[in-house]
Design a protein around this ligand. Structure first.
Ligand code: 5GP
Length: 221
């Protein structure tokens, strides 16, 4: 696929990517978020065709079979995916397409879009990520734990990305994201530093006492 730039932004859940991306598209009309397909149920605050194209699993599988999906992934028992048509639609408007997809999706899409640029947003620490998941207050401890373990797997694939951004606070992370996408600025850390930061987070996953305690507590339940 040859085309204008497509930005891909991925991040483990709880890292603030949705807030950052929403702000970016609200403030910059030249960027449009690609609307994904999903088989998950619509939440009360969501609109079909704006937040997602909500479809049945049969319909989703039909789209895959027809070769219409750029990428798709199963996340927490739900199918999510980006269609080629959505990217073409945004590019037809002369706009930059912004894809908020997970690591599984990026693994597939990177081979199919030759003009893509990828950004991986990281939490400052695993402990902070856990606290942010707790603060959302919407999920049980088991679900939060599952998200944390998915985050671990995603961070271990960090080297698939070219640009890294650490979200220490939302305003600074936003300024940096905006600088990279809109103004073509260099990120504050190099790819090598980003990959090293992923390693540091993985070490925290494997050695933090609070995490081992939590794992035991959940296993004993
Ligand atoms: P949520 O259900 O909270 O809206 O999204 C859950 C996860 O699905 C997020 O981590 C998000 O990155 C991922 N996701 C949303 N749309 C897509 C998509 O089109 N493709 C892929 N691969 N992942 C997606």
């Amino acid at each position: 696929m040859t085309s204008p730039v497509v930005y891909v932004v991925s991040a483990p859940s709880g890292t603030g990517k949705t807030t950052l991306n929403r702000r970016l598209i609200n403030e910059h009309a030249e960027i449009q978020m690609s609307v994904s397909y999903t088989t998950r149920k619509k939440r009360v605050n969501e609109t079909d065709g704006i937040d997602y194209h909500f479809v049945s699993e049969d319909k989703f599988r039909e789209l895959i079979k027809a070769g219409q999906m750029l990428e798709y992934a199963e996340v927490f028992d739900t199918l999510y995916g980006t269609s080629f048509a959505e990217i073409t639609r945004i590019q037809g408007l002369g706009k930059i397409a912004l894809l908020e997809i997970d690591v599984q999706g990026w693994r597939q899409a990177r081979e199919k879009i030759d003009t893509s640029k990828s950004i991986f947003i990281l939490p400052p620490s695993v402990e902070e990520l856990w606290q942010r998941l707790e603060l959302r207050g919407t999920e049980s401890k088991d679900v939060r734990w599952r998200r944390l373990m998915t985050a671990r797997a995603e961070i271990s694939s960090g080297s698939l990305y070219e640009t890294f951004l650490i979200n220490r606070d939302l305003d600074s992370a936003y300024t940096e994201l905006q600088g990279i996408i809109i103004k073509g600025k260099k990120p504050s850390i190099t790819k090598a530093k980003g990959v090293a930061y992923c390693q540091q987070l993985l070490a925290e996953f494997d050695s933090a006492g609070w995490l081992q305690k939590l794992a035991k507590e959940l296993a004993d339940k």
